[in-house]
Design a protein around this ligand. Structure first.
Ligand SMILES: Cc1cc2nc3c(=O)[nH]c(=O)nc-3n(C[C@H](O)[C@H](O)[C@H](O)COP(=O)(O)OP(=O)(O)OC[C@H]3O[C@@H](n4cnc5c(N)ncnc54)[C@H](O)[C@@H]3O)c2cc1C
Length: 373
């Protein structure tokens, strides 16, 4: 195969780069290692196992993209009392004043996956290859008296078979640490670049998200918002995750749901196993929200630290604060790498909004301003 651009990674950043290339009428192939697009954006039955929120006051790119795709949005439900779960054998403390997020966060009806599905409709199907894991990128510069030819050969496992693609420019749109860990570069990346990538924590890769789905958001009937924090666990931070059409009426077509970030570290989660965590999480919800929480119609748990196309072993240890992302500090080391036609997108490459979905778009835009169109 031969093409002008190869994009490695079909998360939001890679897909947005594809969208921008498509708008310019460029030839490209996007390789996605999983059998689905979206990467950390992953919605099961309208429930966002990855990102749920965007913040219009802070994040203009994603706000505009959602608008462009005509996707309905709704505010995160936070009206009502907030619970603080401090003691294992006592009812949680209840704060009637509630806790409103600031700036206000918004959700996408049907889940964040609809953004991915929306972008996908703008792309040419033949350009997108799933089950295609890139393993090696090799740069060639051939000089002769008549001409000079520069290109890269990308090797990928596509549906289990090794294939190569010749291309002039490669856009890497995956977590930088995973990149350093899982793709072979010939020639090797400069040491400074390798070290930077290996040291860049993949945002939220250490975390796990748990959902309990109910017929209705019954906690709203007793004046609770669903928002809570807990020092007991296993869920450390809880929010209402009901679908857009959930109401208190039993005839509603939507579902009530609560989600929580699991507060147990990745190593302990792995040895405990998902089933134990799920049952302890339901017990916690009963302690906090009452007996009605005991019979969810569904429970879901996604542990991102165990997803090998997101997290490396190093990502099992969560950073203590939001890291300062971006590649500005290795700018000069990247110049020769960019000259080879290799560029780095993915939210961890974004200078201003690294980590967020906004950063995934920012990084794709930044790369598009640098590639040769
Ligand atoms: C639990 C959780 C909650 C979050 N909450 C929020 C939130 O509320 N708001 C917010 O703004 N952000 C949130 N985030 C962060 C947000 O999900 C990311 O910023 C964004 O999705 C990153 O997109 P990306 O395209 O840069 O990377 P990714 O989504 O990680 O995409 C990388 C892609 O590359 C693929 N890939 C990896 N290796 C290879 C390979 N060798 N070959 C081919 N393909 C490969 C992967 O399968 C993946 O599809 C959350 C993340 C998580 C996990």
């Amino acid at each position: 195969m031969k093409t002008e651009f190869v994009i490695i990674g079909g998360g939001l950043s890679g897909l947005y780069a594809a969208y921008l290339l498509e708008q310019q009428g460029k030839d490209y192939i996007l390789l996605e290692g999983r059998n689905r697009l979206g990467g950390r954006i992953y919605t099961e039955d309208q429930f966002d196992m990855g990102p749920s929120w965007f913040w219009p006051d802070m994040h203009p790119r994603i706000t505009q993209l959602i608008d462009e795709l005509h996707l309905p949005v709704f505010p995160q439900h936070d009206k009502g009392a907030f619970l603080f779960d401090k003691y294992e054998n006592k009812a949680p403390l209840r704060y009637e004043s509630g806790y409103a997020g600031s700036p206000p966060s918004m959700r996408v009806a049907g889940g964040m996956q609809t953004v991915i599905d929306g972008i996908k409709t703008k792309l040419t199907d033949e350009h997108i290859i799933c089950n295609a894991k890139a393993t090696h990128v090799e740069y060639y510069a051939e000089h002769s008296a008549e001409h000079q030819d520069r290109y890269s050969i990308v090797t990928a496992e596509i549906n289990g078979a090794t294939q190569t693609i010749q291309t002039r420019q490669v856009i890497f749109a995956m977590p930088l640490r995973l990149l350093a860990n899982s793709i072979k570069f010939t020639p090797a990346l400069p040491k400074q670049v390798q070290n930077k990538f290996a040291a860049t924590a993949t945002w939220m890769a250490a975390h796990a998200k748990f959902f309990a789905v109910y017929d209705t958001p019954f906690w709203r009937e007793t004046g609770l918002s669903g928002s809570a924090s807990s020092q007991v666990g296993p869920l450390a931070e809880i929010h209402d995750a009901s679908t857009i059409d959930a109401t208190n009426s039993a005839t509603s077509s939507g579902n009530g749901a609560l989600f929580g970030f699991v507060g147990i570290d990745a190593h302990t989660r792995q040895s405990a196993g998902n089933e134990l965590i799920k049952s302890l999480a339901v017990k916690q919800l009963v302690r906090m929200y009452g007996e009605q929480a005991a019979q969810p119609i569904d429970v879901k748990l996604v542990d991102w630290s165990q997803k090998i196309l997101t997290a490396t072993d190093a990502d099992k240890n969560a950073p203590s604060a939001h890291p300062h992302y971006g590649l500005r500090d290795i700018h000069s080391a990247l110049i020769p790498v960019n000259q080879q036609g290799w560029y780095f997108a993915g939210t961890e490459s974004a200078e201003e909004n690294g980590g967020y979905i906004e950063g995934a778009l920012e990084a794709a835009e930044m790369v598009m301003s640098r590639v040769k169109l």
